[in-house]
Design a binder for this molecule. Sequence first.
Ligand code: HDE
Length: 739
Amino acid sequence: MPKSETSQPAASVRHDPSDPIHNQDKAHTNAKSDDLARDTAPRSEQDRLTDNFGHAISDDLNSLKAGVRGPTLLEDYLLREKIHHFDHERIPERIVHARGSAAHGYFELTESLEQYTTARVLTEVGKQTPVFTRFSTVAGFRGSADTPRDVRGFSVRFYTDEGNWDIVGNNIPVFFIQDAIKFPDLVHAVKPEPHHEMPQAASAHDTFWDFISLTPESMHMIMWQMSDRTLPRYFDTMEGFGVHTFRLINAQGQSTFVKYHWKPVNGVHSLVWDESQKIMGKDPDFQRRAMWETIDQGGTLEWDLAVQLFTQEEADGWDFDILDATKIIPEELVPLKVIGRMVLNRNPDNFFAETEQVGYKPTNLVQGMDFTNDPLMQGRLFSYLDTQLIRLGGPNWQHLPINRPLNPVANNQRDGFMRHVINPGRVSYHPASLDGGSPQEVPRDQGGFVSYPEPISGEKLRKRAESFGDHYGQARLFWNSLEPIEREHLCKALQFELSKVETRHVRVAMLDHLEQIHPLLASQVAVALGEAPRADEVVKPGGTADCAEEMQLLAKAEAAPTASGGLSKSKGLSMEAQPPKGIRNRMVAILAADGVDGAQVDAIKQALEAEDAKGEVLGQHLGMLDGGAEAKKTISNSHMVLFDAVIVPGGAQSVAALLEDGDAHAYLLEAYKHGKPIAAYGEGQQLLQGSDLAALVGDLSGMKALGILSADAPDMAEFVQTLAQHRFWGRPKLKRLSN
Ligand code: HDE
């Protein structure tokens, strides 16, 4: 009889000390991790299994029955309690940004903003403020993949001494709409279509583009969305933006406007579309896993916080409105000032309790800060509080450990579902003289929050300001600022997305908008859709169409920006134009089989680790390979798209086996196609020379400038420098390999 059918109690299972999940580096504690520890259940000390009221359980594997083969008894309260809990373990997922991952860390201020604000988090240089930061996609469900073409959420909560401060931002500095009243429509349009709930986590469908084609204010955002910005490689290779204009208030009560920017220390890098799509199948948790493993192995993810500070007088001189969230403020008008660094260094202990239950809200500001009248932001001020009522089940969601602030909460609010705090005494109102009369209001000079007394008057109306009226000017500024390869990718993204739209008039309406940005761009998209070109010159798509030719054409397409402070292009918008910043947290595939040169593999791995990058041996089988390298992944259970580069080390027997292994050949083909560095050392060069790739491209030995390295022994300095460049776009196209 199987053991589970006996009435024997289960053997007590202690946690396995070699289990990596339980051995996370918990060295990175801070005030918030100590606070969370108050509610974190001890792991190994509690051996006795109990129900939720503390009664010890003798058998958790068999329900209470009338006879060993008889019906289950209603009396079985243990069965009912367990299933009751299980039945209610799901909460509604976020209506947007459902798919997300988060980590703990700290923010350290390096430059005081004392001249501009009294907020201590922005004035106490050297102080480390605990943070909890969540990255998300927007459209997909909670179980969707990490890498669709989508805007990414970038939410940072600072647990400051003066209460929580949340910057609930995105990885794109502008938004689709100018007014919050359009948000439900935007989200309904992009989400899976309501009749058949397709497609998942994708904007390439009719309802999205129908809405967009009727919403010209979205054109600037559309350019960002169709660029490689919506395909970040890792979380720590994407920027973050507060998007709206906020206020800082100094000790004299003066207001300065501020925009927030997160700049990744590792630089800004993206996937290519073919790679993104493959990753969704090969490892839908790709970015989540990369963050988890980096931190679990003692690494960090880091961003600098930069601000743009400006006055009302400066804003009055610009040809766009600082309250319009579809506009950036070009760095040439207001330079970025780096004021501190965020370091993420600790994984959550429990995904649900922390990442799922965190409720960010833009109204979490501390004294010395305030909002502006941006009509998009004004709607958000209501929405985030409202949404938690249903999602987290009532007005006491602030009590949840991940949501409560570090400083004490004291007020006379009481009751409601799931009240966790026991408030003694008879006073539940304010003002009160009973029970000592506390808590008392706090004057501004002692840290009480006071709104900036901006004079306001006006007629009550539903109208958009004329200063919000330019919808194409900054779209052109963005286009002009891109490098040719980025323009080519943007054009290809539009061709892909709009070719998925089944309704012709929607496709044509979008071409009309694109024409306003640049006729050459509109033309290249038009011909892919089978429509008449919008310019004289055009590169026809098709089996032999050469992207390089299309790229050359698009490179010539200079537009005439407006609403851009007189600039024709702006720095900081192109990712390609930014200089490489090293290889930290990059992952390199090392292809190996039995007989690999283990000493060479060790040297390669050590050289990568010295730069905080990682070499992963992919064997033909798991475990120790003859020759002395350990494979923790295999060539067939992994894929090139999950790595940033590939190395074939020496070892005659290993290389002979790889030459016979079609999957190994596929790594080289994929790396080549996606512009990633390829290196072969010693006998490894034979794989390169005899590969399917060489059969298609020809001799690969003289292609160092295109990121293909080969040598008798590894030159790791050269490899590191090559990897730092990420992609080599100029490689001849593989005309005989389809995407
Ligand atoms: Fe959000 N947004 N949003 N949003 N948003 C939510 O709040 C909303 C907007 C952003 O990691 C929801 O707690 C409205 C802009 C992020 O938990 C909801 C409007 C920006 C996250 C909501 C916007 C964002 C959200 C859903 C138009 C960039 C994930 C769950 C006025 C600056 C937060 C939740 C997390 C989440 C409403 C527009 C960023 C429904 C009404 C603009 C990063 O309240």
